[in-house]
Design a protein around this ligand. Structure first.
Ligand SMILES: *Cc1c(COP(=O)(O)O)cnc(C)c1O
Length: 350
């Protein structure tokens, strides 16, 4: 080993789902929205100008639009390049204790990567046998709490009473609720913001707003928390969010009707797909997200995953303890889900 090698930061990076570049495929592996963003977003594209200038470092237009949408003040909103950027910034800003931060053993697999990257001590309490968070595990001393609601990759949603009991027990640390999937049927923790100054709610445009390619995420919380995030961001890189993303993000917020229509469609498709899955011999925790986390009574998840891929159908498989016989299946269009069900039928000889 060369002397300088010991000074290199060692991290095992997050492994994102495959992004195959095929003309024809059914892509249900990364929870993207199967529908395009609002036509208003695409119209905005032609109005983008002044790319020679730096974008607004405060991202004011988008911050104002998001604040207005949620009935908050602009000082309560922080915008970043996808919620991954927002979350990474939040880890750096809020998790600076000697005590471990807490998040579930089965959850978004970026959390432990950021904790390792920033050398934040952490503990991962086990989900129960129904993939539910045991709230007692979050009542011990800690340096902060984070989990998604609904959780990923399980799709399991916990109600506001549950979230509030965790907040109540953790008023000395920051509690982050990652609401990447909340638009697909859950109630947001946003209404707890006036009561808990230590709550940060994080959202993304990648799933329900069909804009994964634009990279827009945001956090909402009390002004002090948002100010703290801005201080860290502006100590790192002021111009993270590009001008097209700012304009197109605003356009998405402005088209509420389109947004609602597509979310409802995905929910309806999901409910039908749950019925089809059950008939095929799959079981799954109830999902309030745009994916279902399913296991089959006889067929092995890994085998199904590989057979589907050969047919151009991409699903997500996690080769890790406890969930290695599960598939995470994103909700696509009705046609895509029908094609998937047809594939399952033939694969399972039903
Ligand atoms: C998709 C996802 C994110 C990241 O979303 P981006 O805004 O695309 O970076 C964060 N948290 C969870 C739980 C997710 O599923």
């Amino acid at each position: 080993m060369k002397a300088w090698e010991k000074n290199i930061r060692k991290v095992v990076p997050y492994v994102p789902g495959e992004q195959p570049q095929l003309e024809k495929m059914i892509k249900l592996n990364t929870n993207e929205n199967p529908y395009p963003p609002s036509p208003k977003v695409m119209e905005t594209r032609d109005k983008i100008e002044n790319l020679r200038l730096y974008p607004d470092p405060m991202v004011s237009k988008l911050v104002n639009a998001i604040a207005g949408y949620h009935g908050l003040e602009p000082e309560q909103v922080f915008v970043g390049v996808g919620s991954d950027d927002v979350l990474a910034m939040a880890f750096l800003t809020f998790f600076n204790s000697e005590k471990p931060i807490l998040f579930p053993d089965i959850t978004y697999s970026f959390y432990d990567v950021w904790a390792e990257l920033y050398k934040i001590p952490y503990k991962q309490p086990e989900l129960d046998e129904n993939f539910r968070i045991r709230k007692e595990d979050y009542m011990e001393e800690n340096g902060g709490v984070i989990f998604p609601n609904p959780n990923a990759p399980t799709g399991v949603y916990e109600n506001l009473d549950f979230i509030e009991s965790i907040l109540k027990a953790n008023q000395d640390v920051i509690v982050i609720i990652d609401e990447a999937y909340i638009d697909f049927g859950g109630t947001s923790a946003l209404e707890l913001l006036p009561k808990y100054e230590n709550l940060l709610v994080v959202r993304t445009f990648s799933k329900s707003r069909s804009m994964a390619g634009m990279r827009i995420g945001y956090a909402m919380g009390n002004k002090e928390l948002i100010q703290a995030l801005n201080v860290v961001k502006h100590s790192y890189n002021s111009y993270t969010m590009n001008q097209p993303s700012i304009c197109m993000g605003v356009a998405s917020i402005e088209d509420e009707e389109y947004f609602k229509d597509k979310v409802e469609k995905i929910i309806a498709t999901r409910e039908q797909f749950k019925k089809d899955l059950a008939e095929l011999g799959f079981s799954f925790p109830d999902s309030k997200s745009n994916f279902v986390f399913a296991t089959h009574k006889t067929a092995k998840a890994k085998d199904i995953f590989e057979a589907a891929k050969k047919e151009g159908i991409f699903l997500r498989y996690f080769n890790q303890p406890k969930i290695d016989n599960y598939l995470r299946i994103s909700i696509g269009t009705e046609e895509e889900m029908k094609a998937l069900v047809a594939f399952f039928k033939s694969y399972l000889n039903q």
